[in-house]
Design a protein around this ligand. Structure first.
Ligand SMILES: *Cc1c(COP(=O)(O)O)cnc(C)c1O
Length: 460
């Protein structure tokens, strides 16, 4: 048998190479919730947070089904029904036996290997599955390690496509206001430039072309004036535009607004006529959340490039994907630099890819459309009373997304407390109290979430 270890390196002793010779591992002393919070405040950044932290995060001990178990009772509650699906991702709930098994099985084979020069079944299986379930023209998959990176890759693909085609001036992006595409540099440049969380950087980011926000209402007829505005703006900038990038049907973290799928058809037509690529960011909307498997399905159109993430791994691990058409891929490969120069260290991570494939199979192996419709119906009836609350300007539901919009900035601490008192975890922002429950949420828990949203809207 060949010696697997280089001479000079000590070969780990058998039979248990990792623990032999070490003193028995002492389990670290658990922190009390108070210690944990103090260390957290001193050392750990949280999303969109200051340092040191000023809020009092709840300490979660474990999670199972749709419930988060806290380290100590708050407002009399030790368990909270998760109304957020951990930011759109945990669609099957927590600690799911099928996803656990996928992770465990892969863990015993390998957690990770580099993706340069190597490949493996988990990544190939997932990419093939994504090609199968997304619109037909999308044939090639870049496995990224987060949603923001998948958007960076989408932008790089589009810019490089035009550079390779001998049109390097086509390097700006057009989007509509009210969007959110992530927190790294290119994605920030296409987030809503006003009132959005990246306003601070407006002067430093690449300057993109912004259309007005799409008119509200999923069921509203497309507004001819707005359609004209979109077409004119794309036409006026076509020579410098690499792509139009939008979130289809639902603008998420930019304001939880819904628009007519008709505008997506308008974008598709205009982009075809004017030689501009079209990118759909389906990171929030993908995997059934809006009632169709992908939101583009409401419009029956296919983009040239599409990003998915969030629910891709059922909320287990960080992974996203950028899909593109053969036209885009072949265009890039014809250029003077015929490669896509992007390759994250953890690209195609086998653990994440295995769980993602299991999550997609779990979703498609059930009548997910009925589950999403059931939750939508529960949200519609449970949130209706919110329309009569003082300070509420709109209540809207699409797919398994429920939104209550206020006429003022939410008092986050008061709203969170009100929801926790009802036994529910919510994370309102700006003037919005909203929920997108896991698809496995039972009817009683959907009603409970609705009571919590109403309480948060009343007290926030
Ligand atoms: C969350 C989100 C992103 C960013 O994804 P991360 O994984 O947080 O980097 C991008 N686009 C949309 C539409 C999102 O909802």
């Amino acid at each position: 048998m060949p010696e697997p270890y280089a001479p000079g390196l000590r070969r780990p002793p058998e039979p248990d190479p990792y623990t032999a010779g070490l003193p028995p591992a002492a389990a670290p002393k658990p922190y009390s919730p108070d210690e944990l919070r103090a260390l957290d405040r001193a050392h750990v950044w949280h999303p969109y947070g200051p340092m040191p932290g000023r809020q009092e995060p709840l300490v979660v001990e474990s999670a199972s089904g749709v419930r988060l178990r806290l380290a100590e009772p708050i407002e009399g509650q030790r368990e909270l029904v998760d109304g957020m699906s951990s930011w759109w991702s945990a669609v099957h709930g927590y600690n799911h036996p099928v996803l656990n098994e996928a992770a465990r099985g892969q863990l015993d084979r390998m957690s990770h290997v580099m993706f340069g020069g190597l490949t493996h079944e988990p990544a190939v299986r997932l990419a093939t599955r994504l090609v199968e379930i997304t619109p037909e023209p999308l044939q090639h998959v870049f496995l990224a390690d987060s949603g923001s990176v998948s958007v960076e890759v989408a932008v790089k693909m589009c810019l490089q496509y035009w550079r390779s085609a001998g049109r390097p001036d086509k390097r700006r992006l057009l989007t509509w206001r009210g969007g959110y595409h992530g927190d790294t540099w290119q994605p920030m440049s296409v987030c809503d430039p006003e009132g959005g969380m990246h306003e601070l950087w407006s002067g430093s980011l690449p300057r993109q072309v912004f259309a007005d926000a799409p008119p509200d209402g999923f069921d509203a007829e497309p507004d001819p004036a707005y359609v004209g505005h979109l077409r004119e703006l794309i036409a006026a900038h076509a020579d410098e535009l690499a792509a139009v990038i939008v979130e289809p049907v639902v603008q998420g973290a930019g304001g939880m607004r819904f628009h007519s799928p008709g505008y997506l058809r308008v974008l598709r037509e205009a982009c075809d006529e004017l030689d501009v690529l079209l990118v759909f960011d389906e990171i929030a909307t993908g995997f059934g959340r809006t009632g169709t498997l992908f939101a583009a399905g409401h419009a029956g159109v296919s983009p040239d490039v599409m990003c998915v993430g969030k629910a891709l791994t059922g909320g287990y691990l960080t992974m996203a994907a950028t899909l593109c058409t053969s036209r885009v891929a072949e265009g890039i490969s014809r250029g003077e630099v015929p490669v896509l120069a992007h390759g994250p260290t953890f690209m195609g991570n086998p653990l994440a890819a295995s769980v993602a494939s299991a999550s997609v199979d779990l979703l498609l192996g059930q009548d997910w459309e009925s589950e999403v419709a059931r939750i939508g119906a529960g949200l519609r009836s449970g949130l209706a009373p919110a329309a009569d609350l003082p300070g509420v300007v709109d209540v809207r539901v699409l797919g398994a997304i429920g939104v209550v919009q206020l006429d003022h900035e939410v008092d986050m601490a008061a709203a969170t407390r009100a929801a926790v008192r009802e036994g529910v975890w919510l994370r309102p922002f700006r003037d919005l109290v909203y929920t997108m429950p896991p698809y496995v949420t039972g009817d009683d828990d959907v009603r409970r979430i609705c009571r919590a949203v109403c309480a948060a809207a009343r007290e926030g």
